[in-house]
Design a protein around this ligand. Structure first.
Ligand SMILES: O[C@H]1[C@H](O)[C@@H](O)[C@H](O)[C@@H](O)[C@H]1O
Ligand SMILES: [Fe+2]
Ligand SMILES: [Fe+2]
Length: 302
């Protein structure tokens, strides 16, 4: 189902909330230089640390097990949306039980990550309420890790995403482990375009299965009125090889290129808001409930 609604007013620059003494405008949210562990954000190279070893092992399993056929099966299975009925906020609360083993920058409860990124983007884009809500929901698909959703393994839920059915780009983290992926033996999948046509649009590309695609499916099938840029952010926010490294751009169409501008905006708040300073859930809850009521039905099928 395609939802035809107006695109949000494009206001891609950070809105200056304050002007400093020199009269220069600045964003209210300042991205820190270091993560909460005193390291660079998204540093996957420090093989010494225990945490990094776990992350690398995560990517080894992800790169071996995510195949074109596996993703097709998962999409079909989860598009039935027959696991449970609940509201968006109930899902946020469920995420408290979820741990993401792929993330070198975060070991706070996931609900904190949702609220930290939403509050950070709200500071700089106070009038774009759809962006605040997009941040709040972008990682909700991680409930796939919970037993009532089938208790999928971490490699099937979190981590960066990448297309199947065409060559694995070298910009993927820990790219070397793709050698052990069965798809690496299928010659139709090994060319730059693989099973796709240049410019076919990301919508037609089979992405590795995980929390992005699942949450996109849930939002779309439950008839959200969020704009298409929001659905794009949810669906491709883990596609770092595209939005950070600029790989796979030959698969995009014009609509993707438009939406990608918003994903670039969003990424700053997703990545750099990860911190030890907690948001007071009860304080901000009424605001987010009002946004949920504006853009989603009361109960959704998951
Ligand atoms: O480890 C992280 C985490 O799983 C995020 O939720 C995902 O969006 C990122 O792409 C990934 O690198
Ligand atoms: Fe994510
Ligand atoms: Fe996130």
């Amino acid at each position: 189902m395609t939802i035809l609604i107006d695109q949000p007013q494009l206001q891609l620059d950070c809105i200056p909330l304050e002007e400093n003494k020199l009269g220069q405008s600045q964003c209210a949210f300042e991205a820190p230089d270091m993560n909460a562990f005193g390291q660079n954000f998204r540093d996957y190279t420090n093989a010494e640390s225990e945490r990094q070893k776990g992350v690398e092992e995560f990517y080894r399993l992800q790169h071996i097990n995510q195949t074109y056929d596996y993703v097709k099966r998962m999409r079909e299975k989860f598009s039935k949306l027959d696991k449970m009925e609940m509201s968006i906020w109930e899902c946020c609360e469920l995420l408290n039980e979820v741990v993401d083993e792929s993330d070198p920058d975060l070991d706070e409860p996931q609900i904190q990550h949702l609220l930290q990124s939403a509050e950070a983007i709200r500071k700089d884009y106070p009038d774009q309420d759809w962006l605040h809500l997009t941040a709040l929901i972008h990682d909700l698909g991680k409930v796939l890790l919970l037993p009532k959703f089938g208790g999928l393994p971490q490699w099937a839920v979190v981590g960066d995403t990448f297309p199947l059915g065409c060559a694995f780009d070298a910009s993927n983290i820990h790219h070397k482990y793709f050698h052990e992926n069965p798809d690496s033996k299928n010659s139709t999948y090994l060319t730059k375009n693989g099973v796709y046509e240049e410019g076919c649009g990301l919508e037609n590309v089979v992405m590795s299965w995980g929390h992005d695609d699942y949450m996109y499916l849930v939002a779309k099938e439950n008839g959200t009125t969020l704009p298409s840029a929001a659905l794009f952010i949810v669906r491709y926010h883990s596609f770092y090889p595209l939005h950070k490294a600029g790989a796979y751009t030959h698969l995009m169409n014009d609509e993707d290129r438009e939406n990608l501008k918003w994903l670039h905006v969003f990424n700053k708040y997703d990545l750099y808001s990860k911190s030890k300073v907690h948001v007071d859930v009860e304080e901000v809850k009424p605001y987010y409930i009002s946004l949920i009521n504006k853009y989603f039905p009361e109960k959704l099928r998951w």
